[in-house]
Design a protein around this ligand. Sequence first.
Ligand code: ZN
Length: 247
Amino acid sequence: MLRDISQKIKSSKRIIIFTGAGISKDSGIQTFRDEDGLWKNFDPQKLATLDGFLKDPVMVWKWYISRIEKIKQAKPNMGHYFVANIEKINKATFVITQNIDGLHKKAGSKNVIELHGNVEQIKCLKCTYKKPYDDTDFSVLPPKCICGSLLRPDVVWFGEALPYESLIKAFNLAELADLAIIIGTSNLVYPAAEIPFIAKRNRSFIIEINPERTVLTPYVDIYLNNPSKDAYEMLISLLNSNEEKIS
Ligand code: ZN
């Protein structure tokens, strides 16, 4: 099956890779569901909504700072490197991710669409001002914009729309792709969950890599249960071997 996947990647012209929280699990990135420690008694839904932020920006910022500091220390895993290797052999490869951790870019992927924003940047609530997280002084909370308004993490919170341009770009890429690889997402949250189905409707070959079967699984061409680190390494070496290259 790994050989089939590698050959399919090599023979495809336009590829999208759609990823979710599952791909970052082996990098120690926790999802809201398994948040522990200091914040385990807090409701992430309240910490990750505009309403919650407006009620208590200091608490929300403290929570985000603890989360972002953990994320910044995380390293990409074999799954991210597998994805980055696909772009190395085919430049018409785009990663569309629901993750905010920046690990695809750290692994070397260049064409990355981050549907939920990322933790490297913060933005103003009112104006269009944005700045890097690392250049921000958090000694006085909450940080403020030059316009006087509050600065917030540049991520999509519960109840907020996905960035329009990124979403349209992702939909267009899904329409054009002849191969779509779906990794580590339950495919339940719309409109992003539409992406693999758009690809399917346009006769794209679909490969799903997930620990459990999802709503998408009945429609895919290859389903691969969560690969081990070794399996990912095998995939990477198959991708980089010339013998199998088919025109
Ligand atoms: Zn501002």
